[in-house]
Design a protein around this ligand. Structure first.
Ligand SMILES: [Zn+2]
Length: 62
């Protein structure tokens, strides 16, 4: 569970980025390891937090 860094409320998680190349970030350019970030939104103040889930984090370690 993620807490909002602004107001401390519990955030809604698991929002996915959609649309073209906007949903992937890569280390070391186009051929580097890709991770797919997700977003969490605070229902109280609207703060958006971008994060990488555990499955994606694991891929970075391998
Ligand atoms: Zn908030």
């Amino acid at each position: 569970m993620r807490k909002c860094i602004r107001c401390g409320a519990e955030m809604e998680e698991d929002f996915k980025f959609t649309g073209g190349y906007g949903n992937v970030i890569r280390k070391k350019g186009l051929t580097g390891k890709a991770v797919y970030p997700k977003a969490a939104v605070c229902p109280q103040c609207g703060e958006i937090s971008i994060y990488v889930d555990e499955e994606q984090l694991q891929k970075l370690i391998d």
